[in-house]
Design a protein around this ligand. Structure first.
Ligand SMILES: C[S@@+](CC[C@H](N)C(=O)[O-])C[C@H]1O[C@@H](n2cnc3c(N)ncnc32)[C@H](O)[C@@H]1O
Length: 226
């Protein structure tokens, strides 16, 4: 537990370092970010963070800027499913809907019962599945009704989760996504990949840094190769 808590603090330490490095640039965006932060259901997020630090793996909910940066990498057209992993408070879910992804194409997978209750209240028209992303095919099962998965958008904390879970999640992503399909993952690592396994079967399309997030984060958009 202590080890997990330590790993979960990594993003905070790196974020503070990065925040120091960007100094004024970060301060300039702080007023906009304060608005985004106030909008987040902080009490719920903090309770879940204390309960499962390695599973939440973030010290603050994602900002709307980060969520929009992730959603912008998703093509809202098409018939296949868009699957969101680790939705937490639902900031990215909101951004995907605002991006134009129809609610009936969206499947949201979250393992925390408290977050699932919150997400179901917040998005009554979206299918919210309680389950482990490491068993994604089983979790999607009936609700997918044979539809292919066009894109996966993940807020899972790949660096603080158990490596066996991460490896299973990435296997699921490789199995469900066909060549050309998109995987979006955010990370607090401002350089490189958060875990080496992400390079297997995927190629990085782009990876912009979002400074208006606490800590600053990077959106990595990957394309399934073969
Ligand atoms: C970084 S937090 C999500 C942040 C979210 N964007 C927000 O602002 O609230 C990671 C989320 O992944 C969820 N999670 C962790 N491991 C999971 C797993 N194996 N399957 C599904 N969800 C998982 C956690 O419960 C948490 O909600």
């Amino acid at each position: 537990m202590l080890k997990n808590a330590g790993v979960a603090l990594l993003p905070l330490i790196e974020g503070l370092r990065a925040a120091g490095a960007v100094g004024l640039r970060y301060a300039a965006g702080s007023r906009r970010m304060a608005g985004a932060i106030r909008a987040a259901p902080m009490g719920l997020f903090l309770r879940e963070l204390l309960d499962a630090p390695a599973g939440v793996g973030a010290v603050w909910p994602s900002s709307e800027h980060l969520a929009r940066g992730m959603a912008a990498r998703i093509d809202p057209r098409g018939d296949g499913l868009v699957v969101e992993l680790g939705a937490g408070t639902g900031v990215v879910t909101r951004a995907l809907l605002d991006r134009g992804v129809p609610a009936d194409r969206l499947r949201v997978v979250e393992c925390s019962p408290a977050f699932v209750r919150h997400l179901r209240r917040r998005f009554p028209g979206v299918i919210i599945l309680r389950g482990d992303a490491a068993r994604l095919s089983d979790v999607l099962d009936e609700s997918a009704a044979g539809r292919p998965v066009d894109a996966i958008v993940s807020s899972l904390p790949l660096r603080s989760l158990d490596p066996a879970v991460v490896s299973a999640v990435l296997d699921q992503c490789r199995t469900l996504l066909r060549p050309g399909c998109t995987l979006v993952q955010f990370t607090y690592a401002l350089r490189g990949l958060p875990v080496a396994g992400l390079s297997e079967g995927f190629m990085v399309r782009d990876d912009p840094v979002v400074w208006a997030n606490l800590p600053p984060a990077r959106v990595i958009a990957l394309e399934r190769t073969d």
